[in-house]
Design a protein around this ligand. Structure first.
Ligand code: SOE
Length: 380
């Protein structure tokens, strides 16, 4: 008999759906001692949250997250609300002794994130931040290859995350989905929304970043605000590019924008080491490109590894070799690792403390862009 693990979901947007899907699938594919139970969904709009709960099979609804947190029958609070609400909900949930799963980025900035880490560690509750791309099997395979020392000394890291959905100046800021354009709700633009993913992966694969030199731009300076109905200044960065130095001596370039016409979610990274290189592309997420200079000369070249075999990370849990999986599975893997971590007493990464490191890099990027100089990344 499995032990129930009761989920209290806050928010019903894109991430509310991605996580709910993961909760529903995880026990069918992964051997866990806990059974996930979709206990309650919570959001302010009663009709919308009811429709969401009915669609995904949540047993009940709440319209006030404080009520949800007080409920004795909830074990895990999952925060899928805009960034400016993460701190208040996460600290209250930790104080109430709940496990806390928080959407990325952890917080609005480093100082706020630090307070969240203090609260969660004081409460001693399991916690995790949803940087899902670590658990795309090809990305996890990249980590394995690096940990095996196949690359040798790393010289370069190169990442970008390109989209094109905010080019239209008539698009308003604020409200469902579009809160990402409102600095009061999001904290920053592409830096916190997209580069946060690139940085999380980079810190995991290539270690700490020491210093950054960044530039940002806001191409559309004013947009109508959905809540006030008035045309208001846009406070987010529409594009950001930065150079950085990693502690291991490697040099890096990162670029992100929502103004790259034709690109919808082009997240790519490349790592160049003395012996080997790795390249990954979210639009082709089940492949890892790998070049090894130690291969025999006549067959040396980039290999395109179709990450779908039973001995590839996570793939033994899915179909048969050769059949690929997709974006949504990265969330299933993250839930599976979180629950397995709770069972073994080993935190699943990134936890709040680990995600705070990304937050410090984001702060340094924004400071560097506004001051026009290199900035050292805070460590703690
Ligand atoms: C929108 O920019 C968005 O949905 C991000 O918020 C996600 O974190 C990213 O994975 C895809 O793009």
């Amino acid at each position: 008999m499995k032990k129930p693990l009761n989920i209290g979901m806050i928010g019903y947007g894109f991430m509310g759906r991605a996580h709910s899907n993961a909760y529903r699938k995880v026990n069918n594919f992964f051997d866990l001692n806990h059974q996930i139970v979709l206990k309650a969904a919570c959001a302010r709009d009663a009709a919308k949250v009811k429709a969401f709960a009915d669609n995904w099979g949540y047993e009940s609804v709440e319209t006030d997250w404080r009520q949800l947190i007080e409920r004795k029958d909830i074990d895990v609070i999952d925060i899928c609300t805009p960034n400016n609400t993460h701190k208040e909900i996460a600290t209250a949930a930790a104080y109430a002794g709940k496990m806390v799963l928080c959407e990325k980025p952890l917080s609005m900035d480093g100082p706020e994130g630090k307070k969240m880490v203090e609260a969660i560690e004081k409460a001693g509750v399991p916690n995790m931040v949803w940087y899902n791309y670590r658990r795309v099997p090809a990305v996890t395979l990249a980590k394995q290859l690096i940990d095996q020392g196949r690359l040798g000394r790393v010289f370069h890291y190169r990442a970008k995350f390109l989209q094109d959905w905010t080019i239209n100046p008539e698009l308003p800021q604020g409200g469902a989905g579009l809160w990402r354009l409102d600095v009061a709700a999001a904290g920053s633009g592409v830096t916190g929304d997209l580069l946060a993913h690139c940085i999380d992966t980079a810190l995991w694969l290539n270690g700490p970043i020491d210093s950054v030199c960044a530039m940002t731009e806001t191409f559309v300076k004013e947009r109508k605000h959905t809540q006030t109905g008035k045309v208001e200044k846009v406070g987010i960065d529409d594009a950001c590019a930065f150079l950085c130095r990693f502690s291991n001596g490697s040099l890096a370039t990162f670029e992100s924008t929502r103004y790259a016409r034709g690109h919808k979610a082009l997240y790519t990274f490349e790592i160049n080491g003395e012996n080997a290189s790795i390249f990954w592309d979210l639009h082709d997420l089940h492949r890892l490109q790998y070049f090894d200079h130690r291969d025999e000369g006549i067959v040396r070249g980039w290999r395109s590894i179709h990450v779908s075999d039973g001995d590839h990370p996570y793939m033994g849990k899915w179909w048969v070799p050769g059949l690929q999986i997709g974006y949504e599975h990265s969330f299933v893997h993250q839930v599976a690792d979180f629950v397995a971590g709770v069972e073994k007493g080993q935190p699943a990464m990134p936890d709040f403390r680990d995600a705070l490191r990304t937050q410090f890099v984001l702060d340094a990027i924004l400071q560097s862009a506004s001051e026009g100089r290199w900035v050292t990344v805070a460590k703690e």
